[in-house]
Design a protein around this ligand. Structure first.
Ligand code: FEO
Ligand code: CA
Ligand code: CA
Length: 691
């Protein structure tokens, strides 16, 4: 393996079994507003499959309950999920195309550690120029004007939209999820930020759009600031669209029409649409607001509690410089965040959109596929402990072709459709799901599921909720239909090769704790430190269907422990993996997983795993990221792999003493950056001898 920080030695680590996830206090505060330190806001009564059966019995009698149970057996057969390999395999299985590389062992090196035979280069760092003429980064002389023209902070999702058929020129779109002021500014006083520091932070949020060129000779990606360059920030104008646009619930003193929203924040994961735009999820928006405890209207206050809107002053004190961040002064402003936004990178003058039809929650991301009949399906996770998985199916159908008419039509498809939330049931007896993580006697955590409709266009399917209320207060509407509380649903993404859908569930230390939902078959481990990966197959491979089968592909953690599962693959041969977050696929359909908060003592990393064939479950680590960092936003192509390295060095004590000096080395301040990795011999990633 190799690294760009060769002065530090590789230290293979003993694997601990009971570590907690390893995020630093700074990362927890600035990224999620310490969400895990508070009680999860989902205090609704629906808990697990046993409850659902009891409800079915109460409402509809024994026959209905029987119907729910028999579905469990029936859908698995109908959806064509292949049976898992039972027991351990012997000997070494040849690596399938796409993952033929020597895995990187767990380590704590302060660099990006990659397999032997690969090279790497930083593509762009926090502060590098994005707009033509932007100043070079100067840590000690930052300004709002400079940051508005430079690459933002804490890159998360990244997407590439091709500009040519040769794969040379592309548009790179990157989310800037959050700012870490104590590392961004020397001498930062968290109690008294200056107005300029706050304005720099507004400019460091949002997204970057930038043309990049692949260098076939060298292998990396070269930024080309030019006519596509764009910075979207916490103050860029967005248009609210869809059924809740213009709702009274979205109206504020600055926007009495409820249709024009300033800015996007907390942009976590996302996806590239088939029509060449980018979807991006507004995730931990709750922490940016202040004083939810001083809201007078009890209904508004209760709704804010369900979203965990901050009480007291906010971490960053933005409310001192723009009153809209004070929830007690402008309560509806809180309703204008927590959406999926769509950006058209081809047109730097376009007004980006907030899609109300996709519901409002802590959106990890949103990924799209087109059903055979042309309907568009969007998969989404609400990333908080005990929250839900959602999908949206458009009312309209995709128009083929690249005409401006087709493009305009396709960009309206997310304006109207049906929003669903997922309920999963297991097929093993409850007595065999004891929270230990041990497999039940049928050899798998698996079962059936259904998508429960919440609203279609202007029609609500939830008694007591108007359609607008379903979209704006989606969490509360979903609570009414008893979906399954999951262990932090992150990326949910369809596999373009096998058609199944894969979802990362990062962790949930409160699973099974007193007063919380117990372990169930889709979330089978109490005090779930290392997370798991869910695999869905929709009935008859129709993504517009409301019935599905599911099973767990991975139960992450130390492979030597009995509470882990690697798709039935021999656990002696796999890389340890902990806290899955972002998922992506290569051209062969292998699943690539980025991790957030490795609880096994190693740095976070990027992993690849086949999902079909004899190597199903053979997890291999492709890279690790520097100290304090999280691996985000993987892009996997034949020619290269890119990851966003988020919050490097946040395991230190601030700008004066960071925990990392990556990527510039020496005594440099760490800078969140996007890194490209490629084969030094010019062959395809993970393929022997293929060009
Ligand atoms: Fe921003 Fe769910 O990670
Ligand atoms: Ca089972
Ligand atoms: Ca994430």
């Amino acid at each position: 393996m190799s690294t760009n920080s060769a002065d530090q030695r590789m230290i293979p680590l003993p694997l601990a079994t009971h570590h907690t996830a390893s995020r630093s206090a700074t990362t927890c505060e600035y990224r999620c507003g310490n969400a895990c330190a508070h009680d999860a806001p989902n205090t609704s009564a629906n808990t697990y499959f046993g409850d659902i059966v009891r409800r079915a019995l109460d409402r509809r009698g024994v026959l209905r309950a029987g119907a729910v149970l028999s579905l469990t057996a029936g859908v698995a057969a109908a959806t064509g999920i292949p049976a898992a390999a039972r027991g351990k395999k012997h000997g070494h299985t040849p690596a399938p195309a796409g993952i033929d590389f020597d895995p990187v062992p767990p380590n704590t090196r302060d660099g990006v550690v990659i397999p032997e035979g690969y090279d790497q280069e930083v593509v762009i760092r926090w502060g590098d120029p994005v707009l033509p003429g932007a100043p070079e980064f100067d840590f000690d002389n930052q300004s709002e004007a400079a940051q508005q023209a430079q690459f933002g902070y804490n890159n998360d999702f990244a997407g590439l939209v091709p500009l040519d058929n040769a794969g040379i020129h592309s548009l790179l779109v990157v989310n800037h999820e959050y700012t870490s002021e104590t590392y961004m500014f020397s001498g930062y006083d968290p109690q008294n930020p200056t107005e300029e520091q706050v304005r720099i932070a507004w400019a460091a949020h949002g997204l970057t759009v930038l043309q990049v060129k692949r260098d076939p000779a060298r292998g990396g990606l070269v930024p080309l600031p030019g006519r596509y360059s764009r910075r979207i920030t916490a103050n860029t104008e967005f248009a609210a669209r869809g059924p809740a646009a213009g709702s009274e619930l979205l109206r504020t003193s600055a926007d009495p029409e409820g249709t024009s929203i300033a800015g996007t924040i907390a942009n976590c994961a996302g996806g590239v649409t088939p029509w060449g735009t980018i979807l991006s999820g507004e995730e931990n928006f709750h922490q940016y607001f202040a004083h939810a405890d001083q809201v007078n209207d009890p209904v508004a206050k209760q709704r804010m509690q369900r979203y965990g809107i901050n009480t007291g002053s906010s971490t960053r004190k933005w409310e001192r410089f723009d009153q809209r961040w004070d929830a007690s002064a402008e309560p509806n402003e809180t309703n204008r965040f927590g959406w999926v936004v769509e950006i058209d990178p081809n047109d730097p003058n376009s007004t980006p959109v907030k899609h109300t039809a996709l519901g409002r929650f802590k959106h990890e991301g949103a990924t799209v596929r087109v059903a055979e009949d042309g309907h568009v399906v969007v998969y989404m996770g609400d990333d908080e402990r005990f929250e839900y998985i959602y999908k949206f199916v458009s009312s309209g159908r995709v128009k083929n072709g690249r005409s401006s008419h087709a493009r305009r039509h396709n960009m309206s498809l997310l304006d109207e459709g049906t929003l669903y939330v997922a309920r999963f049931s297991g097929n093993s007896p409850e007595s065999e799901i004891d929270g230990s993580g041990e497999l039940p006697s049928d050899g798998e955590f698996d079962g059936a599921g259904e998508w429960l409709p919440l609203a279609t266009g202007d029609t609500s399917h939830v008694p007591g909720f108007t359609a607008e209320e379903v979209y704006v207060f989606t969490r509360l509407a979903a609570d009414e239909v008893a979906p399954t509380k999951m262990d932090r649903p992150e990326d949910i993404e369809p596999n373009p090769v096998n058609g199944r859908v894969y979802g990362a569930l990062t962790n949930n230390s409160n699973r099974g704790a007193p007063e919380h939902a117990p372990a169930d078959e889709p979330n089978p481990r109490a005090e779930n430190k290392h997370g798991h990966v869910l695999e869905l197959a929709e009935k008859s491979d129709d993504p517009t269907a409301t019935k599905m089968a599911w099973r767990l592909l991975l139960v992450c953690g130390d492979p030597q422990q009995g509470d882990t599962y690697f798709g039935g693959f021999d656990k002696d041969q796999v890389s340890p993996i902990s806290c899955p977050d972002n998922v992506a696929f290569d051209r062969h359909g292998n699943l690539w997983i980025a991790t957030d908060g490795n609880g096994l003592g190693s740095h976070d990393g990027l992993f690849a795993v086949p999902v079909d064939g004899p190597a199903r479950g053979h997890v291999k680590q492709f890279l690790t990221v520097p100290s304090g960092a999280e691996t985000c936003g993987p892009i996997i192509t034949d020619e290269l792999v890119t990851v966003c390295v988020q919050h490097p060095g946040e395991n230190g004590s601030g700008a004066e003493n960071p925990g990392s000096h990556w990527p510039d080395g020496g005594r440099a301040h760490p800078r969140p950056s996007l890194v490209a990795v490629w084969r030094t011999d010019g062959h395809h990633v993970g393929e022997i001898g293929k060009r």
